[in-house]
Design a binder for this molecule. Structure first.
Ligand SMILES: *Cc1c(COP(=O)(O)O)cnc(C)c1O
Length: 225
């Protein structure tokens, strides 16, 4: 067994795969490592750059479920619209409009999560709770029939204080629950809660995450050039 296969296997032993879906974040990693994970049966991967995602999609087996997890420029949506399994980062109205437009062109309802800004850092993006609630309750979401709203995504503050991370995740979980009960039409579909990465997935799961995005704990540390 290769190192990636070994790490993936032991990682999966520590989570309840019935309740929590793992997105193996393969950004910056070569196709060979993704293929190794695939060969051991893994098919759900996440990338944060459109070009890299499109290249990997072309080169690797077609039954891989590709997730787009990072900030997405509107002019690049068209490259992933035909195949992306889930866009985790619908973080502004302009992007939702563009995803809808590209979906309409190819007559595909594109699945996405509304990203909520729960961290302290201003560099992290997303709707505020108030904006997201207004968007959903005003019925505005129904103006975008080619976007399939599946739930929410959030990234916690990069801090060593587990209490703060816990509070941020907790707030997002209760927001999701509120939206699921308050929104008669969309509510029942908003059942994905994407939160937790290598450093904080345990806290995220405790706080109700059902989709974690884990890269370095499986593929090893990333090197940026
Ligand atoms: C890179 C990335 C991850 C995974 O990060 P790790 O710390 O390597 O697990 C998760 N979510 C997003 C949005 C990312 O960009």
């Amino acid at each position: 067994m290769s190192q990636v296969q070994e790490r993936l296997r032991s990682f999966l032993q520590n989570i309840d795969s019935q309740k929590v879906k793992l997105v193996a974040v393969s950004k910056t990693k070569p196709n060979e490592l993704i293929q190794e994970a695939y060969d051991s049966g893994w098919k759900r991967f996440g990338e944060n750059k459109v070009q890299e995602l499109a290249e990997k999609y072309e080169a690797l087996p077609k039954d891989i479920e590709w997730h787009l997890i990072g900030s997405l420029q509107t002019n690049k949506v068209k490259y992933i619209a035909p195949f992306v399994a889930l866009i985790h980062s619908l973080d502004r109205l302009k992007l939702i409009k563009e995803v809808n437009k590209q979906g309409e062109k190819i007559q595909r309802k594109i699945p996405g999560l509304i990203q909520i800004h729960i961290a302290e850092e201003a560099t992290k993006s997303g709707f505020s709770f108030e904006e997201a609630e207004a968007f959903l309750s005003s019925g505005e979401a129904s103006n975008y029939p080619f976007v399939s709203f599946k739930g929410f995504m959030g990234m916690a503050t990069n801090t060593n204080d587990p209490t703060q991370i816990k509070e941020e995740f907790k707030a997002l979980k209760s927001f999701q629950e509120k939206m699921q009960t308050d929104q008669a039409v969309l509510g029942p579909d908003l059942d994905i809660l994407s939160m937790g990465m290598s450093g904080d997935y345990q806290i995220a799961i405790e706080e109700g995450s059902n989709m974690i995005r884990v890269g370095s704990a499986i593929f090893g540390p990333r090197q940026y050039h």
